[in-house]
Design a protein around this ligand. Structure first.
Ligand SMILES: Nc1ncnc2c1ncn2[C@@H]1O[C@H](COP(=O)(O)OP(=O)(O)OP(=O)(O)O)[C@@H](O)[C@H]1O
Ligand SMILES: [Mg+2]
Length: 240
C-alpha cells in the first residue's frame, strides 16, 4: 500500500537544542497511527516539522508524494494536512460559527472517498457545537473547545487529520465522545495521526503505533503487537 505521509530521517533543533534525531514514520491511506512516548520525547516537535512550524535541518517529509519540508505552513495546510493543536487554540473572541468558517476551505486533495465538510455537516457531527454556535470561544468548556478544534480542522477538508493531545485535560465522559468521533472519522476513511497519553484507548482504535524516545522511533507495530508486549509500554511510556 502506498504511504500517504512519509517522514524519513528528520533532524530538528530549537536553536542549539536538538530535539529530533532521525525521526521517521509513515501513514497509509485510511490508517490511524499514533506517536507514543514519555513527555519531551519529540512528538509535538515532529508535528511542528510536519506543519512547517519548525524547519528540519535534514531529512524528508512527503505527503502523497509531494515534498513538504521547506514549504510554508499555509501551503502545507492547503495540501490537506489538518491540525488539532496541543492546547486547542480556538479563537477566544470569535463565536463558534466564526471559528468554523474562519478556516473553511474546499477539498483539494483529490481523495474522492472523503465526503466534503461544511458547516451543516460539522454541526450534524457535533450537535453540541450547533447549540453553542453563537457563544464565544472563551465561553466553551474544554470538551466543547476540543470539538470546535476538530470541527475547525475538518472545515479545511483535510486528507490527513493530526491531533496533538486528543483528550488532554478532558473529563472521562467527554474523552469517550472524542474517541467515538475519531473512530467515526476513521470509519469513513479519514487518515489520522493521534497523540494522546491514554494508550489503552489508542490501542482500541489505531492501526499502528510509533514509540518515540529522544527524538526517534524505537519501536513500531500494530495494536495487537503492542498489547502483546506490555514491557514496551512500561519501558517507554512508564505506565502499566
Ligand atoms: N520551543 C522550544 N524551545 C526549546 N526546546 C523545546 C521547545 N519545545 C520543545 N522543546 C524541547 O524539545 C524536546 C521535545 O519536546 P516535544 O514538545 O516535542 O515533546 P513531546 O513528546 O510533545 O512531549 P510533551 O507534549 O508530553 O511535553 C524536549 O526536550 C523539549 O524540552
Ligand atoms: Mg507534546
Amino acid at each position: 500500500m502506498n504511504a500517504l505521509l512519509e517522514m524519513n530521517d528528520v533532524h530538528a533543533s530549537y536553536g542549539q537544542a536538538q530535539a529530533l534525531f532521525g525521526m521517521g514514520f509513515d501513514v497509509r491511506e485510511g490508517e490511524v497511527v499514533t506517536l507514543l512516548g514519555r513527555n519531551g520525547m519529540g512528538r509535538s516537535t515532529t508535528i511542528k516539522c510536519l506543519f512547517g512550524m519548525l524547519a528540519p535541518s535534514s531529512g524528508s517529509i512527503r505527503l502523497a508524494g509531494k515534498t513538504l519540508a521547506g514549504m510554508p505552513s499555509h501551503g502545507i495546510a492547503r495540501l490537506g494536512l489538518g491540525l488539532v493543536p496541543e492546547g486547542r487554540q480556538v479563537f477566544p473572541d470569535l463565536s463558534v460559527e466564526e471559528n468554523l468558517v474562519a478556516t473553511a476551505r474546499a477539498p483539494r486533495h483529490g481523495n474522492a472517498n472523503l465526503q466534503a465538510w461544511d458547516l451543516a455537516r460539522v454541526y450534524a457531527f457535533f450537535p453540541r457545537l450547533k447549540q453553542r454556535r453563537n457563544n464565544y470561544g472563551w465561553q466553551l468548556s474544554g470538551g466543547e473547545q476540543q470539538m470546535l478544534a476538530i470541527g475547525r480542522a475538518l472545515m479545511t477538508n483535510p486528507c490527513l487529520l493530526v491531533l496533538d493531545e486528543a483528550t488532554e485535560g478532558l473529563a472521562p465522559i467527554i474523552r469517550q465522545e472524542i474517541w467515538a468521533a475519531l473512530a467515526a472519522l476513521k470509519k469513513e476513511g479519514l487518515s489520522q495521526i493521534v497523540i494522546d497519553k491514554n494508550v489503552g484507548a489508542l490501542m482500541k482504535f489505531a492501526d499502528r503505533h510509533f514509540v518515540m524516545e529522544k527524538g526517534r522511533v524505537v519501536w513500531q507495530g500494530g495494536s495487537d503487537q503492542l498489547r502483546a508486549e506490555p514491557a514496551i509500554v512500561q519501558q517507554y511510556m512508564g505506565v502499566a
